[in-house]
Design a protein. Structure first.
Length: 249
């Protein structure tokens, strides 16, 4: 069970994209026309072999737009975990009473999105990919399309290391996610393969949801200098993009 993609939601896609890419030293690999069915436009940006995505609503009445309103602005939105069998996970998780709000079963890709009201304010997706013959399974990620590796950079940042979720009952939220992911929560931390999900109290008045993403940093000085120029630096090891803190680890 691997953290593979973290998603921001914002009002201004282009300015947020420019800021994200500049600060973290990454670039856009794909804009998915398929997200238009949810009233969204997006960009997908690889960092190493993981991905950061930004979605932005282009019409009224979208769930993403309501999320922005509920949390008083741009912020962290969605967590995508890669699992060995997304269909089996869907059956197990929905049996717990967690509602599936979107699902897809294709030969190369399966996923389930679960309702944020049942996952403590975070849109969670459990995904499985099936690489075609001759393609490295580690590099097959359909949400970024086939040619994403041409845009992958690892000289400034290099992958995802964690998610921080804030909640007015972090103990309860950790226990709920422990049941959903079928992994233990120790000191309100669920350890995945190569990453973690942490649950903390609410400190910013924005309500339950993603409060920070952890990104593996290669050139810390480069990231901090870029963030400093934009007024997005927070202390020694933290920046802010799309209304969401990013811990450099």
């Amino acid at each position: 069970m691997r953290l593979r993609q973290c998603v921001f939601v914002c009002k201004d896609l282009e300015s947020s994209t420019e800021e994200l890419c500049d600060i973290l030293g990454i670039e856009v690999a794909y804009r998915d026309p398929g997200v238009a069915k949810w009233g969204l436009a997006n960009v997908v940006c690889p960092t190493g072999n993981d991905f950061l995505e930004i979605v932005s609503p282009f019409k009224d009445g979208t769930s993403a737009g309501r999320y922005i309103e509920r949390r008083n602005g741009d912020g962290g939105y969605m967590v995508i975990l890669q699992v060995p069998d997304a269909v089996a996970e869907r059956q197990r998780v929905t049996a717990l009473g967690v509602r599936a709000v979107a699902e897809k079963d294709l030969p190369e890709y399966q996923y389930t999105h679960f309702h944020p009201s049942d996952t403590n304010g975070v849109l969670l997706s459990l995904d499985t990919t099936f690489a075609p013959p001759g393609v490295d399974p580690a590099l097959w990620w359909p949400p970024a399309e086939k040619d994403w590796t041409k845009h992958a950079r690892s000289d400034v940042t290099n992958g995802l290391a964690g998610v921080e979720i804030q909640h007015d009952d972090p103990d309860g939220a950790a226990a709920a996610w422990s049941r959903i992911l079928d992994r233990p929560a120790v000191d309100n931390i669920i350890r995945l393969d190569g990453s973690q999900i942490r649950f903390v109290p609410i400190v910013d008045g924005r309500g339950p949801g993603v409060s920070a993403y952890d990104v593996t940093v290669v050139d810390r000085d480069r990231v901090l200098a870029a963030a400093e120029k934009r007024g997005r630096r927070h202390g020694v090891g933290q920046v802010e993009v799309c209304g969401c803190r990013i811990n450099l680890v």
